[in-house]
Design a protein around this ligand. Structure first.
Ligand SMILES: *Cc1c(COP(=O)(O)O)cnc(C)c1O
Length: 825
């Protein structure tokens, strides 16, 4: 029997606690210990029963209990203090408010998922958690930013394993009224495949940052339209396209309905990329040409690519683009072919699907990968979009991801940092973090033991009392079960693994968690293998898989694991962030040098598993990498962990832990990441957008006209000759160089002429190079121009130089953006 009417009864709170509703509905409590403690103190039993969800907690406390609480002076005062703190936090001066003359007023940050708390299951993995951490750090830093996402009524799936260890999925519907969000009262509408779809806008408060979620599950919509925002990453490619239309196009309209006009639009991966098309449409309606509108949109656009796995990029077949964008192209006054061309690569003529990353790169003036190595890989992947540009100058930079420390840190490690490093340790610099080397071993070890103990109790409460041991070296592995992450790498040599697990006096235990995408059969197979291995009798409860991975399980693992294991196929892990969270809590990373670990590992702060990526035979490669991992475990990790000194403390181990904090603490936090985004991308983008939009967007029109003229004339630009001598020289001695250049129809102010020089490799190419500008000295009779200057070789050995001509205009975000360079020779 099911009810025919559904509604919600709002709890009646005594006046002294009424304002706690706001505290409960602002997810700031997820990183504010004081609010969390207060909620727990109100009613410990109800707090546990609520699943640590403050919104639910307030409903679960009964009227009798409220009466008792209202008479508790301490709690009444604490509630008032917590509310005051929330309000003060909303307006006080932070890092960003100290930036003088910043051009930045507002950033809109678009993402298909946001991982803020397990009580808002609107995330599937790293991309969403990163987005959640980005908003939280923006709040801490006072960066003016709003988030835009979708409200998935069924969230991401819940995972159960059946008797055979096979993943089963369920999609319990959620009632937004019971979640930490409020309706804004605003609605927008947009056309999706010829149908008008109404979209409601909800607001989630993330400290001082609002996150707006779009929701199509409205009574007036058709069943199909209402289902657009049903599930995160659910459905087929058409469903995905419909979601992305709502996110991108609907997202921009939602901002307008809310009266918001951000200068900067940051797209967290390509999924939200249609926002740029909507912004172009807005400019067209304002009278700009298509070309000028593109320039205006690019100026404020920031695009972050997150995956070197081509299958991870959305590509939509032409039939679907025709179905969903014919009307849109007509509204814009362009052909569908022209619109399609934004997502196609000239160097991949056989690929006819519309590529969201390609559009992202074209319609954003600034782009980046998410770790230094991922920047390198992305420049290779997308080099074809800038045909004349050398790979290391392809205009895709990198900003390494970071994690929101206060969300992920355990209370006991936090108090060690607060007293031993700095009261404001999150975001502190390397000099400050150097104090980690002097932290007290006994205190650290007590905190580590406590984290492990809590993890063991957590696992036992969920899976059974005979599992794990609180004093055993604990290795954690939790993340999406994507095949390239190779959760089963160690299982290929089961006997060797069992010997490690059951080491006499030196046992080891593994804790796994993670979901495979419902359509990913090989990923599910990996889960099954892990689960079945854990059920073997000879494993003796030392190898467990915790089902239904979420942020709560993740926290328990980060707080309790001694070693964080990560063995992806390099370089497919763009960044990886779970290792950063574990490291902040004092785990040591044992990882392939991929993503962030490639730049974080320094020989002492963890371990590097060999990557045999030159091995073409995949099975052979896996075997070699597994052998390296086994070797590290047997010869280094297990012995070091069990090498105990006074009072049973593993001094050598803790040396590494402390060194890990000193090197990782100042760098791999969301505080550093968001500051870097703000100064390196948001502020320059805001300045560019301000210029482009000033005075009726004249600058955008001028830039578009200039680009068309330069691109049209570029084929006649040439370096006619280079005059430089080939005599041996010494590092540091300047060498003169001159060149004759034919600019065709262009003028000297359209270009910059550079000498490019550097050491040479065995093939005679540059191993790396630097460019410096040459000065124009004269115009010859025949119209060619003479440029001259000097350069200083920085290294001994084979060395070379050449000359090139680049387009130059003050409103370019990079001289590479036209992809045109005229090279000598
Ligand atoms: C950090 C985190 C991730 C991402 O982990 P990776 O190591 O980047 O794969 C995924 N899910 C949860 C719950 C996380 O906390």
């Amino acid at each position: 029997m099911r009810p025919v009417h559904r509604f919600r009864i709002e709890p009646v709170l005594p006046p002294a606690f009424a304002e706690l509703r706001r505290v409960a509905r602002n997810v700031r409590w997820t990183w504010n210990d004081r609010s969390r403690s207060l909620f727990a103190d109100l009613d410990p039993t109800a707090w546990a029963a609520s699943g640590h969800d403050p919104v639910r907690l307030l409903e679960l406390i009964d009227q009798g209990r409220w009466a008792v609480l209202a008479a508790d002076q301490r709690l009444v005062e604490e509630a008032r203090a917590v509310v005051d703190e929330l309000d003060q936090d909303a307006t006080d001066t932070r890092w960003f408010q100290h930036r003088s003359d910043t051009p930045l007023d507002l950033v809109a940050y678009f993402s298909p998922e946001f991982g803020l708390t397990e009580t808002l299951p609107q995330y599937s993995g790293g991309l969403g958690i990163l987005a959640g951490d980005h908003l939280k750090a923006a709040s801490d830093l006072g960066v003016p930013l709003v988030g835009i996402g979708l409200l998935y009524r069924e969230g991401y799936f819940r995972q159960r394993l059946d008797a055979d260890g096979w993943q089963n999925e369920t999609f319990p519907p959620q009632d937004p009224a019971g979640l930490a969000m409020t309706p804004t009262g605003h609605q927008i509408s947009l056309e999706v495949g010829g149908e008008h779809v109404a979209v409601a806008i909800w607001r989630v408060d993330v400290g001082r940052i609002p996150l707006y979620l779009l929701d199509t599950a409205l009574p007036g919509n058709s069943e199909e339209a209402a289902g657009i925002t049903d599930r995160l990453y659910g459905g087929d490619v058409e469903h995905r396209l419909r979601q992305e239309i709502v996110l991108g196009i609907g997202g921009v309209r939602a901002l307008r309905a809310l009266g918001l006009h951000p200068q900067v639009f940051h797209t967290n991966e390509g999924h939200a990329g249609f926002l740029s098309l909507e912004r172009i449409r807005e400019h067209l309606a304002g009278g700009l040409s298509w070309e000028a509108a593109v320039q205006a949109v690019r100026a404020g656009g920031v695009f972050t690519t997150h995956t070197p796995v081509p299958a991870g990029i959305d590509r939509f077949p032409p039939e679907l683009m025709t179905k969903y964008f014919t009307g849109f192209a007509a509204q814009c006054g362009i052909s569908l072919d022209k619109l399609m061309s934004i997502g196609l690569r000239a160097d991949e003529p056989e690929e006819n699907r519309f590529n969201m990353a390609v559009m992202g790169l074209r319609l954003a003036g600034r782009s980046n990968g998410v770790a230094a190595l991922h920047g390198v890989v992305s420049r290779q992947m997308f080099q074809g979009l800038w045909p004349d540009v050398p790979v290391d100058e392809v205009p895709i930079g990198s900003i390494t991801n970071g994690v929101h420390a206060h969300t992920w840190i355990s209370p006991s490690i936090r108090s060690i940092f607060t007293s031993g490093i700095h009261p404001v340790w999150d975001g502190a610099d390397a000099d400050t973090w150097d104090a980690a080397h002097k932290l007290d071993d006994a205190a650290i070890w007590a905190a580590r033991n406590r984290g492990r103990d809590e993890l063991v109790r957590f696992v036992r409460s969920r899976l059974g009392e005979d599992l794990l041991d609180p004093d055993t070296l604990t290795i954690g592995f939790s993340r999406r079960f994507a095949t390239y992450k190779r959760a089963t790498l160690l299982l290929a040599q089961a006997e060797r693994l069992i010997a490690i697990l059951n080491g006499a006096d030196r046992p080891v235990q593994f804790v796994f968690a993670g979901k495979a995408h419902p359509a990913d059969q090989p990923g599910k197979e990996m889960i099954r293998e892990v689960e079945l291995f854990g059920r073997r009798a000879d494993v003796d409860g030392r190898f467990v898989f915790i089902p239904d991975y979420d942020m709560a399980i993740a926290r328990a693992l980060y707080h309790g694991a001694d070693v964080w294991l990560n063995n992806p196929r390099r370089p497919l892990e763009a960044c990886g962030t779970s290792g950063m969270k574990a490291a902040l809590n004092g785990a040591l990373n044992c990882s392939i040098l991929d993503g962030w670990w490639d730049e974080a590992y320094d020989g002492l702060n963890g371990w590097a598993i060999e990557s045999a990526e030159e091995e073409a035979d995949v099975a052979r490669r896996d075997e070699r990498e597994a052998a390296s991992l086994f070797g590290l475990l047997e010869q280094e990790i297990v012995p070091l962990f069990y090498e105990r000194h006074d009072d049973g403390i593993p001094t050598g181990w803790l040396e590494r832990v402390k060194h890990g904090w000193a090197t990782i603490g100042p760098v791999f936090t969301a505080s550093r990441m968001v500051r870097q985004y703000s100064t390196e991308l948001y502020e320059p983008a805001a300045a560019a957008a301000n210029r482009m939009h000033a005075g009726g967007s004249e600058a955008a029109t001028a830039l578009a006209t200039w680009k068309q003229r330069v691109a049209g004339a570029w084929n006649h630009v040439a370096v006619v000759s280079v005059d430089a001598d080939d005599d041996p020289g010494q590092p540091g001695d300047p060498r003169p160089v001159a060149a004759s250049v034919d600019l065709g129809q262009l003028t000297p102010s359209d270009v910059v002429v550079q000498v490019v020089h550097g050491p040479l490799d065995a093939d005679g190419g540059f191993t790396h190079s630097v460019a410096s500008t040459l000065d124009r000295v004269e115009t010859l009779q025949d119209g060619t121009l003479r440029y001259s200057g000097a350069y200083v070789p920085a290294a001994a050995g084979p060395y070379g130089c050449t000359v090139r001509v680049l387009p130059s205009h003050p409103d370019l975000s990079t001289p590479m953006e036209l992809g045109r360079i005229a090279w000598a020779g």
